[in-house]
Design a protein around this ligand. Structure first.
Ligand code: AMP
Ligand code: TRP
Length: 330
């Protein structure tokens, strides 16, 4: 069986260093090992209210970000989810396979609906069926994601197995690929909650598009723990441990070496070094995003090519699915 990698990011608000460390950074490494599809999942974005004009902007920003972090269009396909109609179609069909009780167990739904009260739409609830469709359409074997998506990939596996059992072998059962460190980057203003696009304050995250001074300001104002020892201990020192994890992913330096380097120096010196390390890493990404957005021709062409390739694969799979389920006519 051919190995294939699929992943996606919602084109909402900003893309932050949590998304980068937890997902994007491994994507650009993986493309050297597997054929990859990287999708801008706009149908997922509309599970909460979006401003249509802003959504279109964010879709192109997200696609530009994929390229700016090193997704190579010669190796990987990038495309926009809503331009391949089969995602919505298979999402519907898988909604008939998944159980209500299974969806009720999804922590992301519980968190998001709690924050939004009664006003959440049904789409937010059935979202894991759509995510399963994204993955299963392409015979995906590996799904590189941050820790928060592990439960959705597990459910995708359950759905695939159940479908195969009921209708005959149709889907490959995929596996998630989660990093050992950095799979859950915490908020700079609150190290007990994950860094999030939908955070109330921009002080929660560093966006890949933040300018140098903004990065400095956000890092220097990041919450720290009591004491002034730069040491890694996620239980007792969640804030500084989170910053150390970010430093590790920005510089490649081992935690132990960083602890040694800053021993006796206090939080201030470490934060200054962290801010400069983040800037060094993300400033080129920010500049590349701006370049791709300024000259959209290339981006449009790549998205057309990605869409065409994805459509071809997705159409084939959907023909098989309709056949297996006995839908329509032969
Ligand atoms: P989203 O922002 O929900 O579209 O997430 C896009 C990708 O980034 C998914 O693979 C998430 O698991 C990952 N991700 C989101 N937030 C974080 C975080 N705070 N730390 C690590 N990975 C994250
Ligand atoms: N649900 C994912 C998130 O919020 C995004 C996503 C949608 C995804 N479809 C996917 C990730 C398929 C991996 C594979 O982050």
């Amino acid at each position: 069986m051919k190995a294939l990698c699929f992943s996606g990011i919602q084109p909402t608000n900003v893309i932050h260093i949590g998304n980068y460390i937890g997902a994007l950074k491994q994507w650009s490494d993986l493309q050297h090992r597997y054929p990859c599809y990287f999708c801008v999942v706009d149908l997922h974005a509309v599970t909460v209210t979006q401003d249509p004009k802003l959504l279109r902007e964010n879709i192109l920003n997200t696609a530009a970000t994929y390229l700016a972090v090193g997704i190579d269009p010669k190796r990987s396909r990038l495309f926009i989810q809503s331009e391949v109609k089969e995602h919505a179609e298979l999402g519907w069909l898988l909604g008939t396979i998944v159980k209500i009780a299974e969806l009720q167990r999804m922590t992301q739904f519980k968190d998001k609906s709690k924050k939004r009260g009664e006003s959440v739409g049904v789409g937010l609830f059935t979202y894991p069926a759509l995510m399963a469709a994204d993955i299963l359409l392409y015979d995906t074997t590996v799904v590189p994601v941050g820790e928060d998506q592990m439960q959705h990939v597990e459910l995708t596996r359950t759905i695939a197995r159940r479908f195969n059992q009921q209708f005959g072998d149709t889907f490959v059962v995929p596996e998630s690929l989660i990093q050992t460190t950095g799979a859950r980057i915490m908020g700079l203003d609150d190290p007990t909650e994950k860094m999030s696009k939908s955070a109330r304050s921009p002080m929660n995250y560093i966006a890949l598009t933040d300018d140098d001074d903004t990065v400095r300001k956000k890092v220097m104002r990041a919450v720290t723990d009591s004491g002034d020892d730069v040491s890694y201990d996620p239980k007792k020192k969640p804030a500084i441990s989170n910053l150390l994890t970010i430093y590790h992913h920005m510089t490649g330096t081992h935690l132990k070496d960083t602890e040694k380097k800053f021993s006796g120096k206090g939080y201030g010196d470490f934060k200054k070094a962290l801010a400069e390390a983040v800037i060094e890493h993300i400033a080129p990404v920010r500049r590349k995003i701006a370049e791709y957005r300024k000259d959209p021709q290339q981006l449009m062409k790549l998205l057309d090519e990605g869409r065409d390739a994805a459509c071809e694969a997705a159409e084939k799979k959907m023909n098989l699915v309709r056949d297996r389920m006995g839908l329509g006519r032969r």
